[in-house]
Design a protein around this ligand. Structure first.
Ligand SMILES: C[S@@+](CC[C@H](N)C(=O)[O-])C[C@H]1O[C@@H](n2cnc3c(N)ncnc32)[C@H](O)[C@@H]1O
Length: 281
């Protein structure tokens, strides 16, 4: 099945200038099934083909974009940057991030963004996201990992040192993850690389499912463990789990934290956004 978005990128209809989170949704949404939410597992299923991708844009694209309406400014980026998008889907969250924000200075994302790591269990979604990221950032290295969060290993999670890493979790931490998955251990691993880590989580409540628990758990963990005044006798250190195999201790400090909940009257949904900046030395 042909992917209309990839085709439009290849024949020049979609360009780095005209492709945004809004144009992707408006121009490529299709109500293929009539009962989209059921077919798509209420937006939480792993999408199987391009019809599912187009239906997702129709059924959930607007809500997906709305979740990015009121998060936080990312104006602090000041060095070579990697964006890691966990459960990136077809690239809507990535587009929301890079299209919504500029910088305090007159530089652009093109100046800062050197690499993008897209992680997603649906191969069709991943292919579309990769084409989108490469179109927007032709000079950046775009890597893909066709896995679930629970399947990632240390090789997937080793990043360049002394850089800025923006970790996006958009509508992913509210999905039921394997019971054995250690979310907090995973968080410690992804923030182990020396450098600056921005953690950006957006999500919404699915009626009666109490599905914001992982986000609140993560927020509480960061506050408990990483909001502290630096002190050389500080006990808060972690073994870097990623290669090189030589174990190494690092100290992490949360320099900025924010948690925001807001309601969108259009569909009376409650949204949650969390932001943290962790400096790892
Ligand atoms: C609601 S969509 C969000 C997509 C994208 N992050 C966005 O905001 O546009 C959820 C995505 O999570 C993926 N997903 C489902 N289970 C997952 C898991 N265990 N680990 C990582 N991603 C998962 C799905 O394939 C889907 O693409």
């Amino acid at each position: 099945m042909t992917d209309k978005v990839i085709e439009a990128i290849n024949n020049g209809i979609l360009t780095a200038d005209n492709l945004t989170h809004e144009t992707l949704r408006y121009d490529y949404r299709v109500d293929v099934y009539g009962n989209g939410p059921e077919v798509l597992g209420r937006g939480r299923g792993v999408l199987e083909d391009t019809d599912h991708l187009d239906q997702y844009l129709y059924s959930y694209g607007r809500m997906g974009n709305e979740q990015w309406d009121k998060p936080f400014e990312i104006t602090m980026v000041d060095d070579d940057t990697t964006i890691i998008d966990y459960g990136c889907g077809q690239g809507l969250s990535f587009l929301n991030l890079v299209c919504r924000w500029g910088h305090d200075d007159d530089r652009t994302w093109q100046d800062y963004l050197k690499s993008v790591i897209l992680i997603e269990p649906s191969i069709v979604a991943l292919d579309r996201a990769q084409a989108i990221a490469q179109l927007k950032f032709p000079d950046a290295t775009i890597s893909t990992v066709n896995k679930k969060l629970e399947e990632l290993d240390n090789n997937d999670l080793s990043f360049d040192e002394n850089k800025v890493m923006i970790h996006i979790f958009s509508q992913v931490l509210d999905i039921p993850l394997d019971d054995e998955f250690d979310l907090l251990g995973f968080f410690e691993t992804i923030t182990s690389t020396v450098g600056t880590h921005y953690i950006h989580v957006v999500s919404h409540e699915v009626g009666g499912m109490n599905n914001q628990q992982n986000i609140l758990k993560l927020y509480k963990h960061i506050v408990d463990k990483h909001v502290h005044v630096y002190d050389s006798t500080d006990e808060i250190c972690f073994v870097l789990k990623t290669p090189p195999t030589e174990a190494r201790k690092v100290i992490k400090t949360a320099t900025n934290m924010a948690l925001n909940t807001f309601n969108i009257p259009r569909n009376d949904k409650n949204y949650t956004a969390m932001f943290a900046c962790i400096k790892t030395v």
